[in-house]
Design a binder for this molecule. Sequence first.
Ligand SMILES: NC(=O)c1ccc[n+]([C@@H]2O[C@H](COP(=O)([O-])OP(=O)(O)OC[C@H]3O[C@@H](n4cnc5c(N)ncnc54)[C@H](OP(=O)(O)O)[C@@H]3O)[C@@H](O)[C@H]2O)c1
Length: 297
Amino acid sequence: MASTLLVTGASGHLGQRVIHHLLETLNVAPQRIIATTRKPETLKDLAAKGITVRSADFDDAASLRSAFAGADRLLLISTDALDRPGRRLEQHQAAVAAAEQAGVAHVVYTSMPLPENSPLLIAPDHAGTEKALASSALEGWTVLRNHWYFENLFMSLPQALASGQWYSAAGQGKVAYIARDDLARAAAIALASEAGGKTSYTLSGAEAFTTEQIAQQVSQATGKPLQVVHVPLAGLIQGMVGAGFPEPLAAVFASFDTNTAAGRVAEVTEDYQKLTGVAQQPFVHWLTANASTLTAQ
Ligand SMILES: NC(=O)c1ccc[n+]([C@@H]2O[C@H](COP(=O)([O-])OP(=O)(O)OC[C@H]3O[C@@H](n4cnc5c(N)ncnc54)[C@H](OP(=O)(O)O)[C@@H]3O)[C@@H](O)[C@H]2O)c1
């Protein structure tokens, strides 16, 4: 009998696209899919298609065993809880334990590149979750070490384009950005495959760029000047605090630049093509499609 596939966080940006790829790209029957979310009322359209929608909140560990019941393979989408160090790891550990207890055979997890010993302040959540999978009694797991989304640039570029200046502490470090939708396709394929075992993939874009190289391409796509202003880490944090970010959150965001400067998100791998059999969307296509959104501010 075909396996039952469960997607957590199904109402999030990535989760929605994973469900899309399961249904449309891979032609998985909706009756084989369970979508869990903290907000089941937002997934009425999926329920109408025949997908089983259940409530699951990783902060409510007791509820998870029944939420995961009947699933053979489960995609654990990392949460966005960054407010308290360690909270996200507790959430993921609860989800891994519940998957084990519910008899799930295989878990797919959305991690990050090189999570061990990283200067990125959110990395211990991912390293700890990978450890939880490795030491679990699950039959198998797939770790998807997802590189940064093109879409993350929506957080910094509109403001930078409005002022013409992009403050960076990333130095000459490169980032191998990839489209979020490509990562959703990869997650859907890893989930729907019958592959067992314990595997990690590092899913990068097709190319890695320095901040200057990105700025140059953004300028070209938008027709607006954009100068990279290199600042020390403390200056970057100070700037974000000045713009209204709480200091701990500013330190988390700034640590992405430290991580980039250390060359930890620069590696271009062949894992995406190996897993999916298709090529990643080129950065320039994404930029062209989103130029007007980036300049809307
Ligand atoms: N690689 C990258 O560049 C990058 C960038 C941003 C984020 N991420 C990571 O990738 C994840 C998915 O990205 P996204 O773009 O889909 O982010 P998003 O739209 O902000 O979605 C956040 C996700 O976290 C889930 N979540 C939050 N609290 C939860 C809880 N207590 N229990 C269970 N699930 C919970 C949400 O599920 P429901 O709302 O459906 O319950 C949702 O799937 C993020 O949460 C984050 O860990 C990666």
